[in-house]
Design a protein around this ligand. Sequence first.
Ligand code: HEM
Length: 528
Amino acid sequence: MASAAHWSPLAELLADGGSRATMLRLAPIVLLGGGLLVYVLIRAALFMLNYMRIQRGLASIPSAPGSLPLLGHLIPMITCVRRNIGAWDLMEEWLDKTGPIVKFRFLGTQGVVFRDPAALKRVFQTGYKMYEKDLDVSYRPFLPILGSGLVTADGALWQKQRMLMGPALRVDVLDDIIRIAKKAVDRLCEKLSHHAGNGQPVNIEEEFRLLTLQVIGEAVLSLSPEECDRVFPQLYLPVMSEANHRVLRPYRMYLPTPEWFRFRTRMAKLNQYLIDLFRRRWEARQMVGASRQKPVDILDRIMDAIEESGAKWDAALETQLCYEIKTFLLAGHETSAAMLTWSTYELSIAGEMADKVVSEADTAFGAQCQVEPSRRSVDEMLYTLSVLKEALRKYSVVPVVTRKLAQDDTLGLLGHSLPAGIMVACHLQATHRMYEAPDEFRPDRFMPGGEYDSFDDAIRAYMFVPFIQGPRNCLGQHLALLEARVVLALLHKRFKFTLAGGSAVRRDPSVIPVGPVGGLHVLLEVRK
Ligand code: HEM
């Protein structure tokens, strides 16, 4: 018999000449090992067959430059940040060099990236059911936060949730946004007034992030600014920051490091905080019953819709609601803050554009900013809106959205049919560069009769896609643009901004939504 220290099934079998008793004892181990080997071989064979099927399906599409055997485009994609460009900028280089659609691959993933308004229409509108959310790669690091919320859900669950949540973000809540945003910008102006004229730079991007979080916190949950400033920096912002780190370092999702445990703990605390809040609100609603007043916030509106649908309040509903609310918080603040930051950057360079925004603010808010304007007066601030739209075009804060093709698309994109299983990267940024002199900041493009209006009717809506288009378009786009018009106009009415230190401002290559590297540092003066 082999000693215990060197025991192995084979050694034991050889040592006792393969007696029947030993063979019987070893049979389960051999069977298990053999079964495992067969399973791995079958999985590998299926993977290879699928890989080759996709490769054949993509044969007609040119490959992006820089592919290596086995690794594909992995190395250029993970090292591009060192060249100060994002993976989305690298993809745009591929399109510039190769054509409007190119294929790429990394690890086991094969995909295509394209720029073309008609092809965007196919993905976002006519074939949207085939083009599902890409949960395997792009959204994976955010799944612990977003779960099966609106942004990441597909099929029947998405449809049900969109019907439930949609009205809460569309109708009369938009009137409340003007009031909430005005209060928030008044608080910010009070804070900034201590910096005006003192030569101390302010990181205005950071201020916009706090402001948009306060606006969304109040609009969705009626949280006071103090409560927002207490809860979010402790629980929500750190989990967001870790999820962002995981995009470029996916191994952080699996390694049980101290940060991994902190992420789990904070996530659990944030969920508990939200669920306690829901329960208190739901119970209070049941106590008040029919004498209830008009809804106070988005959560109230969602609860109205839940009651109307007859759904039972249970743990599953609480969990789903938790995902939805976190989705609103995530989707609703950093993107808006990035849009405000880039708009402020451009207005700080072009004084005459800032003057036009200020003149619209005078009309809507009064000379002393004392008026709380109606929806209509804010809707009439067309130039301010055009500044925001042009910032979204020029800086494409969401430069790419990705999908996974759920079935073969025989009509395909740009004349190429596409096989099921591929990643499809819709290059919004590259589409936004299909304008005249794309590097120039020209808000007039979006004024009535401007360049945007001159595009053909069939594709116009797909030439400006910061919120994408079609059934899965951004649910918060009206809220975001309304809030930002109030904030941008009032802030520039009160202060004149100049860039601090003349430092060059670069787009961050590592995080979406894309803001400036290190924030935006500005000097302020009270506007006369
Ligand atoms: C400038 C600000 C914003 C930008 C640029 C933006 C951009 C986008 C984009 C590109 C998508 C599509 C993502 C995809 O299909 O993979 C999206 C979806 C979404 N956004 Fe926004 N967003 C902004 C503000 C907001 C705000 C303020 C909210 C909520 C309060 C919000 C809520 C959502 C939701 C719920 C979806 C998912 C819609 C669905 O799939 O049915 N967004 N947004």
